[in-house]
Write a protein that binds this ligand. Structure first.
Ligand SMILES: CC(C)=CCC/C(C)=C/CC/C(C)=C/CC/C(C)=C/COP(=O)(O)OP(=O)(O)O
Ligand SMILES: O=P(O)(O)OC[C@@H](O)CO
Ligand SMILES: [Mg+2]
Length: 259
């Protein structure tokens, strides 16, 4: 099995090129025409990835949403599933999330067993991803649906150790999640300590709803930041976020030697 999307993420991470993923929730995307402006913005500003998923998505909505997105963009579409029924063949890859901050077997291995044979049949790029829910100041859909307790945000060592254990088990990406609409995004301390201790790309999301928070997460060491609700509501936020991403990328380009 080839891993073209994972390779792309690893290469960008090694080059210290920060990436942006825009999250689209299939349940909120049933009015497909309403989705069009956000996809156009993503195309115009060269968003790196579109993630599709939600904590509570009705059967069939994932496939309809991915189909519509694929008809309107060349940006890679990654499934970010909250349940084994949120998989569909049209996507480019799937984050095979295991919720390693919690102790609910269904979200550690249960949904995976249900989806495994189908994913193999489709030859889907399936990327093993350690998913950590971190307290963001309010009870989020992920905590409610998974019936798990988030890790305390001030326990950076525990969070980094949990992530490290995930990578020692073979997970290729780590996703630090404060939960959709979190009051407090994942802190810089947690991001930077995790980044120092891990040798896999780091995804960070939840409550990143303005340019300043995006900048801080990238500065602290996030490889991919994920933005959902804020861009769904205000696609016009995107140019500023992309400008920040561009500034980071320019800093890491090789500077010509003037001597
Ligand atoms: C491996 C397969 C097929 C499924 C994995 C199932 C697991 C382990 C999921 C992890 C726990 C979970 C419920 C994740 C959901 C992640 C997600 C798509 C969040 C998006 O945000 P929402 O929580 O829907 O946000 P809103 O409340 O804003 O709608
Ligand atoms: O909707 P927001 O708060 O951006 O969070 C999305 C988040 O669940 C992705 O990790
Ligand atoms: Mg949702």
């Amino acid at each position: 099995m080839d891993f073209p999307i994972l390779k792309q993420i690893q290469q960008q991470s090694q080059a210290q090129h920060p990436m942006l993923a825009v999250l689209i929730d299939p349940d909120k995307a049933q009015d497909q025409e309403a989705l069009r402006p956000l996809i156009q913005h993503c195309n115009q500003h060269q968003v790196d990835f579109i993630f599709v998923g939600g904590s509570t998505v009705q059967k069939g909505h994932t496939s309809q949403t991915v189909q519509f997105i694929k008809e309107n963009t060349k940006i890679p579409v990654l499934l970010f599933p909250g349940h084994s029924n949120q998989i569909c063949e049209q996507a480019d890859a799937l984050l095979f999330l295991s919720l390693i901050s919690g102790r609910n077997p269904e979200f550690l291995i249960g949904h995976h067993i249900k989806a495994a044979q189908t994913l193999r049949k489709w030859q889907m790029e399936t990327i093993p991803t350690g998913y950590l829910l971190i307290d963001g100041g309010r009870i989020t859909s992920v905590a409610a649906v998974s019936q798990t307790i988030p890790l305390p945000a001030d326990q950076a060592e525990l969070i980094a150790s949990t992530a490290l254990a995930g990578t020692l088990l073979g997970m290729k990406l780590i996703y630090l999640e404060a939960g959709s609409g979190a009051l407090q995004a994942v802190t810089e301390e947690v991001i930077s300590l995790s980044k120092q201790q891990l040798d896999v790309p780091l995804i960070v999301g939840g409550g990143i709803n303005n340019a300043e928070k995006a900048q801080r997460a990238w500065q602290a060491g996030a490889d991919i930041i994920v933005m959902g609700n804020s861009l769904e509501q205000t696609p016009d936020l995107l140019p500023k976020i992309i400008e920040i991403r561009q500034n980071f990328r320019e800093k890491t380009e090789i500077q010509p030697n003037i001597y």
